[in-house]
Design a protein around this ligand. Structure first.
Ligand code: FES
Length: 358
Protein backbone atom coordinates (compact mmCIF):
# COMPACT_ATOMS: atom_id res chain seq x y z
CA UNK A 1 0.00 0.00 0.00
CA UNK A 2 1.25 3.47 -0.87
CA UNK A 3 2.57 5.41 2.12
CA UNK A 4 0.36 8.18 3.48
CA UNK A 5 1.44 11.71 4.32
CA UNK A 6 -0.36 13.66 7.01
CA UNK A 7 0.23 17.42 6.86
CA UNK A 8 0.24 19.38 10.11
CA UNK A 9 -1.29 21.63 11.30
CA UNK A 10 -4.07 21.27 8.71
CA UNK A 11 -4.59 17.52 9.22
CA UNK A 12 -4.89 16.95 5.45
CA UNK A 13 -3.75 13.54 4.20
CA UNK A 14 -2.68 12.09 0.86
CA UNK A 15 -0.96 9.03 -0.59
CA UNK A 16 2.31 9.01 -2.53
CA UNK A 17 2.51 6.52 -5.39
CA UNK A 18 5.68 4.98 -6.86
CA UNK A 19 8.61 7.34 -7.25
CA UNK A 20 6.48 10.46 -7.00
CA UNK A 21 7.83 13.26 -4.82
CA UNK A 22 5.86 14.34 -1.76
CA UNK A 23 5.38 17.71 -3.50
CA UNK A 24 3.92 16.25 -6.71
CA UNK A 25 1.61 13.87 -4.84
CA UNK A 26 0.42 16.65 -2.52
CA UNK A 27 -0.33 19.05 -5.40
CA UNK A 28 -2.17 16.29 -7.26
CA UNK A 29 -4.25 15.69 -4.15
CA UNK A 30 -5.26 19.37 -4.09
CA UNK A 31 -3.03 20.64 -1.28
CA UNK A 32 -1.43 24.03 -1.77
CA UNK A 33 2.03 22.89 -0.73
CA UNK A 34 4.55 25.73 -1.05
CA UNK A 35 7.15 25.39 -3.80
CA UNK A 36 9.17 27.32 -6.36
CA UNK A 37 11.46 25.49 -8.79
CA UNK A 38 10.15 21.95 -8.09
CA UNK A 39 13.66 20.59 -8.74
CA UNK A 40 15.78 21.17 -5.65
CA UNK A 41 17.19 24.64 -6.28
CA UNK A 42 15.13 27.22 -4.43
CA UNK A 43 14.32 25.79 -0.98
CA UNK A 44 10.72 27.08 -1.07
CA UNK A 45 9.35 23.60 -0.45
CA UNK A 46 11.17 23.09 2.86
CA UNK A 47 9.05 21.12 5.35
CA UNK A 48 9.74 19.43 8.70
CA UNK A 49 9.46 15.70 9.23
CA UNK A 50 7.59 15.00 12.46
CA UNK A 51 7.43 11.20 12.28
CA UNK A 52 8.23 8.36 9.86
CA UNK A 53 10.99 7.83 7.31
CA UNK A 54 12.00 9.49 4.03
CA UNK A 55 14.03 8.59 0.95
CA UNK A 56 15.83 11.02 -1.32
CA UNK A 57 14.64 10.60 -4.93
CA UNK A 58 16.71 13.20 -6.76
CA UNK A 59 19.91 15.20 -6.43
CA UNK A 60 19.33 18.75 -5.18
CA UNK A 61 21.54 21.82 -5.05
CA UNK A 62 19.74 23.77 -2.34
CA UNK A 63 21.78 23.65 0.89
CA UNK A 64 19.86 22.32 3.89
CA UNK A 65 22.14 22.98 6.88
CA UNK A 66 23.11 20.26 9.35
CA UNK A 67 21.17 22.11 12.07
CA UNK A 68 18.04 22.11 9.85
CA UNK A 69 18.50 18.44 9.00
CA UNK A 70 18.78 17.62 12.71
CA UNK A 71 15.45 19.35 13.27
CA UNK A 72 13.91 17.26 10.47
CA UNK A 73 13.82 19.82 7.65
CA UNK A 74 13.82 18.43 4.10
CA UNK A 75 12.75 19.34 0.54
CA UNK A 76 9.36 17.92 -0.45
CA UNK A 77 10.26 18.17 -4.16
CA UNK A 78 13.23 15.85 -3.71
CA UNK A 79 11.96 13.24 -1.25
CA UNK A 80 9.37 10.47 -1.06
CA UNK A 81 8.09 8.72 2.07
CA UNK A 82 9.52 5.35 3.09
CA UNK A 83 6.70 4.81 5.59
CA UNK A 84 3.56 6.67 6.60
CA UNK A 85 4.82 10.07 7.69
CA UNK A 86 3.68 13.26 9.39
CA UNK A 87 5.15 16.51 8.15
CA UNK A 88 4.77 20.09 9.29
CA UNK A 89 4.40 22.76 6.63
CA UNK A 90 2.24 25.83 6.21
CA UNK A 91 0.05 25.44 3.13
CA UNK A 92 -0.21 28.38 0.76
CA UNK A 93 -3.59 29.89 1.52
CA UNK A 94 -3.51 33.55 0.51
CA UNK A 95 -2.70 35.21 -2.82
CA UNK A 96 0.03 37.34 -1.20
CA UNK A 97 2.15 34.23 -0.61
CA UNK A 98 2.46 33.46 -4.32
CA UNK A 99 5.26 35.09 -6.39
CA UNK A 100 4.52 36.87 -9.68
CA UNK A 101 5.38 34.58 -12.58
CA UNK A 102 5.98 35.19 -16.28
CA UNK A 103 6.18 32.01 -18.32
CA UNK A 104 5.59 30.77 -21.84
CA UNK A 105 3.24 27.88 -22.55
CA UNK A 106 1.88 26.35 -25.73
CA UNK A 107 -1.73 26.25 -26.88
CA UNK A 108 -2.71 22.61 -26.71
CA UNK A 109 -6.42 22.68 -27.48
CA UNK A 110 -9.07 25.09 -28.79
CA UNK A 111 -12.65 23.86 -28.64
CA UNK A 112 -16.04 25.57 -28.75
CA UNK A 113 -18.08 25.08 -25.58
CA UNK A 114 -21.06 26.97 -27.03
CA UNK A 115 -21.71 29.67 -29.63
CA UNK A 116 -20.50 32.21 -27.10
CA UNK A 117 -17.63 30.50 -25.28
CA UNK A 118 -14.40 28.85 -26.47
CA UNK A 119 -12.28 26.51 -24.33
CA UNK A 120 -8.56 27.19 -24.50
CA UNK A 121 -6.08 24.76 -23.00
CA UNK A 122 -2.46 25.77 -22.47
CA UNK A 123 0.33 23.35 -21.63
CA UNK A 124 3.47 24.40 -19.78
CA UNK A 125 6.81 22.66 -19.79
CA UNK A 126 6.98 20.39 -16.70
CA UNK A 127 9.67 22.59 -15.18
CA UNK A 128 7.40 25.63 -15.54
CA UNK A 129 4.46 24.79 -13.31
CA UNK A 130 2.26 27.85 -12.65
CA UNK A 131 1.71 28.45 -8.96
CA UNK A 132 -1.77 29.82 -8.30
CA UNK A 133 -4.75 29.42 -6.03
CA UNK A 134 -8.05 28.10 -7.35
CA UNK A 135 -10.17 31.02 -8.59
CA UNK A 136 -7.29 33.33 -9.62
CA UNK A 137 -6.68 35.04 -12.99
CA UNK A 138 -3.72 35.53 -15.31
CA UNK A 139 -2.89 37.79 -18.25
CA UNK A 140 -2.56 35.76 -21.44
CA UNK A 141 -0.80 36.87 -24.62
CA UNK A 142 1.38 39.86 -25.34
CA UNK A 143 3.97 37.76 -27.20
CA UNK A 144 4.43 37.24 -30.95
CA UNK A 145 1.85 39.92 -31.76
CA UNK A 146 -0.81 38.09 -29.79
CA UNK A 147 -3.10 40.58 -28.05
CA UNK A 148 -3.45 40.42 -24.27
CA UNK A 149 -6.48 39.30 -22.32
CA UNK A 150 -7.01 38.73 -18.61
CA UNK A 151 -8.90 35.55 -17.79
CA UNK A 152 -9.71 33.37 -14.83
CA UNK A 153 -8.03 29.97 -14.79
CA UNK A 154 -10.79 27.39 -15.14
CA UNK A 155 -8.75 24.43 -13.89
CA UNK A 156 -7.53 23.25 -10.51
CA UNK A 157 -4.06 24.07 -9.11
CA UNK A 158 -3.72 20.29 -8.67
CA UNK A 159 -2.68 20.32 -12.35
CA UNK A 160 -0.25 23.21 -12.57
CA UNK A 161 1.03 22.20 -16.03
CA UNK A 162 -2.26 22.09 -18.00
CA UNK A 163 -4.26 25.30 -17.65
CA UNK A 164 -7.84 25.71 -18.88
CA UNK A 165 -9.59 28.96 -19.83
CA UNK A 166 -13.10 29.85 -21.00
CA UNK A 167 -12.88 32.68 -23.52
CA UNK A 168 -16.16 34.57 -24.11
CA UNK A 169 -17.08 35.88 -27.56
CA UNK A 170 -16.47 39.60 -27.19
CA UNK A 171 -16.82 41.83 -30.23
CA UNK A 172 -14.04 44.44 -30.23
CA UNK A 173 -11.90 42.48 -27.78
CA UNK A 174 -8.88 41.55 -29.95
CA UNK A 175 -7.87 38.23 -28.31
CA UNK A 176 -11.43 36.94 -28.29
CA UNK A 177 -12.04 38.10 -31.88
CA UNK A 178 -8.88 36.41 -33.16
CA UNK A 179 -9.62 33.17 -31.28
CA UNK A 180 -13.18 32.91 -32.59
CA UNK A 181 -11.97 33.84 -36.10
CA UNK A 182 -9.47 30.95 -36.06
CA UNK A 183 -6.43 33.23 -36.17
CA UNK A 184 -4.99 31.80 -32.93
CA UNK A 185 -3.71 28.26 -33.53
CA UNK A 186 -2.87 25.10 -31.64
CA UNK A 187 0.87 24.89 -30.99
CA UNK A 188 1.29 28.67 -30.80
CA UNK A 189 3.37 29.90 -27.83
CA UNK A 190 1.40 31.94 -25.31
CA UNK A 191 2.81 34.17 -22.57
CA UNK A 192 1.23 33.83 -19.11
CA UNK A 193 1.66 36.41 -16.36
CA UNK A 194 0.19 36.29 -12.88
CA UNK A 195 -1.55 35.06 -10.87
CA UNK A 196 -3.91 37.88 -9.85
CA UNK A 197 -7.09 38.25 -7.82
CA UNK A 198 -8.53 37.43 -4.41
CA UNK A 199 -11.46 35.20 -5.44
CA UNK A 200 -10.00 32.15 -3.69
CA UNK A 201 -11.22 29.72 -1.06
CA UNK A 202 -11.28 31.19 2.44
CA UNK A 203 -7.94 30.68 4.17
CA UNK A 204 -9.30 28.60 7.02
CA UNK A 205 -10.64 26.07 4.51
CA UNK A 206 -7.16 25.51 3.24
CA UNK A 207 -4.72 25.51 6.13
CA UNK A 208 -5.61 27.05 9.48
CA UNK A 209 -6.93 24.49 11.99
CA UNK A 210 -10.57 25.32 12.45
CA UNK A 211 -13.02 24.58 15.26
CA UNK A 212 -15.25 23.18 12.51
CA UNK A 213 -12.85 20.30 12.06
CA UNK A 214 -13.94 17.23 13.97
CA UNK A 215 -11.72 14.43 15.26
CA UNK A 216 -8.73 15.85 13.50
CA UNK A 217 -10.40 15.28 10.13
CA UNK A 218 -10.67 18.01 7.52
CA UNK A 219 -14.19 19.41 7.20
CA UNK A 220 -15.66 22.41 5.42
CA UNK A 221 -18.69 24.64 5.91
CA UNK A 222 -21.37 24.18 3.22
CA UNK A 223 -20.26 26.02 0.10
CA UNK A 224 -22.65 27.84 -2.26
CA UNK A 225 -21.40 28.92 -5.69
CA UNK A 226 -23.25 31.17 -8.13
CA UNK A 227 -21.87 31.92 -11.58
CA UNK A 228 -23.09 33.84 -14.60
CA UNK A 229 -21.70 32.99 -18.07
CA UNK A 230 -17.88 32.69 -17.95
CA UNK A 231 -17.98 33.38 -14.21
CA UNK A 232 -18.17 29.59 -14.26
CA UNK A 233 -14.42 29.51 -15.05
CA UNK A 234 -13.15 30.57 -11.59
CA UNK A 235 -16.08 28.76 -9.95
CA UNK A 236 -15.11 25.53 -11.73
CA UNK A 237 -11.55 25.91 -10.42
CA UNK A 238 -12.84 26.47 -6.86
CA UNK A 239 -15.23 23.51 -7.07
CA UNK A 240 -12.60 21.13 -8.46
CA UNK A 241 -10.27 22.18 -5.66
CA UNK A 242 -12.98 21.80 -3.00
CA UNK A 243 -13.96 18.36 -4.36
CA UNK A 244 -10.34 17.25 -4.01
CA UNK A 245 -10.62 17.80 -0.24
CA UNK A 246 -12.68 14.60 -0.03
CA UNK A 247 -15.06 15.85 2.64
CA UNK A 248 -18.80 15.33 2.55
CA UNK A 249 -19.81 18.90 3.20
CA UNK A 250 -22.57 20.02 0.81
CA UNK A 251 -21.56 21.99 -2.28
CA UNK A 252 -24.33 23.85 -4.11
CA UNK A 253 -23.81 25.25 -7.61
CA UNK A 254 -26.24 27.68 -9.25
CA UNK A 255 -25.61 28.73 -12.85
CA UNK A 256 -27.02 31.58 -14.92
CA UNK A 257 -26.41 32.45 -18.55
CA UNK A 258 -26.97 35.39 -20.89
CA UNK A 259 -28.99 33.23 -23.31
CA UNK A 260 -31.27 30.24 -22.61
CA UNK A 261 -29.02 27.67 -24.30
CA UNK A 262 -25.67 28.87 -23.03
CA UNK A 263 -25.12 26.96 -19.80
CA UNK A 264 -21.96 25.47 -21.29
CA UNK A 265 -20.32 22.40 -19.71
CA UNK A 266 -23.71 21.53 -18.29
CA UNK A 267 -22.79 17.83 -18.61
CA UNK A 268 -19.67 18.29 -16.50
CA UNK A 269 -21.78 19.78 -13.70
CA UNK A 270 -24.30 16.95 -14.01
CA UNK A 271 -21.48 14.40 -13.81
CA UNK A 272 -20.25 15.99 -10.55
CA UNK A 273 -23.77 15.60 -9.22
CA UNK A 274 -23.85 11.93 -10.32
CA UNK A 275 -20.48 11.10 -8.78
CA UNK A 276 -20.58 13.12 -5.54
CA UNK A 277 -23.52 12.60 -3.18
CA UNK A 278 -22.81 15.96 -1.54
CA UNK A 279 -22.83 18.00 -4.76
CA UNK A 280 -26.08 19.71 -5.80
CA UNK A 281 -26.36 21.32 -9.22
CA UNK A 282 -29.00 23.91 -10.05
CA UNK A 283 -28.79 25.34 -13.58
CA UNK A 284 -31.27 28.20 -13.82
CA UNK A 285 -31.81 28.38 -17.60
CA UNK A 286 -35.29 29.81 -17.07
CA UNK A 287 -33.60 32.81 -15.44
CA UNK A 288 -31.27 33.53 -18.38
CA UNK A 289 -30.46 37.16 -18.34
CA UNK A 290 -28.14 39.83 -19.65
CA UNK A 291 -28.02 40.91 -16.02
CA UNK A 292 -28.19 44.59 -16.78
CA UNK A 293 -30.26 45.73 -13.82
CA UNK A 294 -30.05 45.47 -10.02
CA UNK A 295 -33.76 44.70 -9.83
CA UNK A 296 -33.36 41.62 -11.97
CA UNK A 297 -30.29 40.51 -10.00
CA UNK A 298 -32.03 41.11 -6.64
CA UNK A 299 -34.88 38.80 -7.64
CA UNK A 300 -32.46 35.99 -8.52
CA UNK A 301 -30.37 36.30 -5.34
CA UNK A 302 -33.54 36.42 -3.21
CA UNK A 303 -34.81 33.29 -4.96
CA UNK A 304 -31.55 31.41 -4.26
CA UNK A 305 -31.27 32.64 -0.65
CA UNK A 306 -34.83 31.50 0.03
CA UNK A 307 -33.88 27.92 -0.91
CA UNK A 308 -31.47 27.59 2.06
CA UNK A 309 -32.45 27.71 5.70
CA UNK A 310 -29.07 27.91 7.44
CA UNK A 311 -27.09 30.41 5.45
CA UNK A 312 -25.33 31.41 8.69
CA UNK A 313 -23.21 28.26 8.29
CA UNK A 314 -22.36 28.86 4.63
CA UNK A 315 -19.48 30.27 2.66
CA UNK A 316 -20.78 31.85 -0.57
CA UNK A 317 -18.87 32.59 -3.80
CA UNK A 318 -20.43 34.68 -6.58
CA UNK A 319 -18.85 35.37 -10.00
CA UNK A 320 -20.91 37.53 -12.33
CA UNK A 321 -21.49 41.05 -13.64
CA UNK A 322 -21.68 44.08 -11.38
CA UNK A 323 -25.44 44.06 -10.64
CA UNK A 324 -25.28 40.41 -9.56
CA UNK A 325 -22.25 41.01 -7.34
CA UNK A 326 -23.88 44.09 -5.76
CA UNK A 327 -27.10 42.18 -5.12
CA UNK A 328 -25.19 39.30 -3.57
CA UNK A 329 -23.27 41.69 -1.30
CA UNK A 330 -26.55 43.24 -0.11
CA UNK A 331 -28.89 40.26 0.09
CA UNK A 332 -26.82 37.27 1.23
CA UNK A 333 -25.59 38.96 4.47
CA UNK A 334 -29.16 40.07 5.21
CA UNK A 335 -30.22 36.44 4.74
CA UNK A 336 -27.69 35.26 7.32
CA UNK A 337 -24.39 34.68 5.48
CA UNK A 338 -21.80 35.72 8.08
CA UNK A 339 -19.62 38.80 7.70
CA UNK A 340 -16.58 37.56 5.83
CA UNK A 341 -18.46 34.53 4.50
CA UNK A 342 -18.98 35.93 1.01
CA UNK A 343 -16.48 36.34 -1.82
CA UNK A 344 -17.32 37.91 -5.15
CA UNK A 345 -15.67 38.39 -8.54
CA UNK A 346 -16.94 40.72 -11.24
CA UNK A 347 -16.88 38.64 -14.41
CA UNK A 348 -13.81 39.43 -16.36
CA UNK A 349 -14.53 40.47 -19.94
CA UNK A 350 -11.16 41.54 -21.23
CA UNK A 351 -9.40 43.23 -18.30
CA UNK A 352 -10.73 42.63 -14.84
CA UNK A 353 -12.08 44.89 -12.17
CA UNK A 354 -9.76 44.81 -9.16
CA UNK A 355 -12.45 45.83 -6.68
CA UNK A 356 -13.08 42.27 -5.61
CA UNK A 357 -13.57 40.91 -3.05
CA UNK A 358 -16.15 43.27 -1.59
S1 FES B 1 10.58 23.59 -4.89
FE1 FES B 1 12.51 24.50 -5.13
S2 FES B 1 13.77 23.26 -3.86
FE2 FES B 1 11.86 22.25 -3.78
Amino acid sequence: MAPQVKVLPSGRKFFVEGRESILDAGLRAGLNLPYGCANGNCGNCLARLVSGGLKKIRHYDFHVSEAEKTQGYFLTCSHAPLTDIEIEVKLTSSPGEIPAQDIIGKIKKIEPLSDQVMALQVRLARADKLQFLAGQRVVLGGNDALPEIELSIASCPCNAVNLAFHVPLLPEEPFSEQLFAGAIKIGQPLRIRGPKGQFVLFEDLVDVPSPKRRNDEFTLPPLLFLSWHTGFAPVRSLIEHALSFETETPLYLYRLSPTPDDIYLDNLCRSWQDVFDHFYYHPLPYRYTLMSSRKEADAIIEEIAARHENLADFNVYVAGPEPLVESAAAIFPAAGVPAGGLKTEIVCLGFCDERTPL
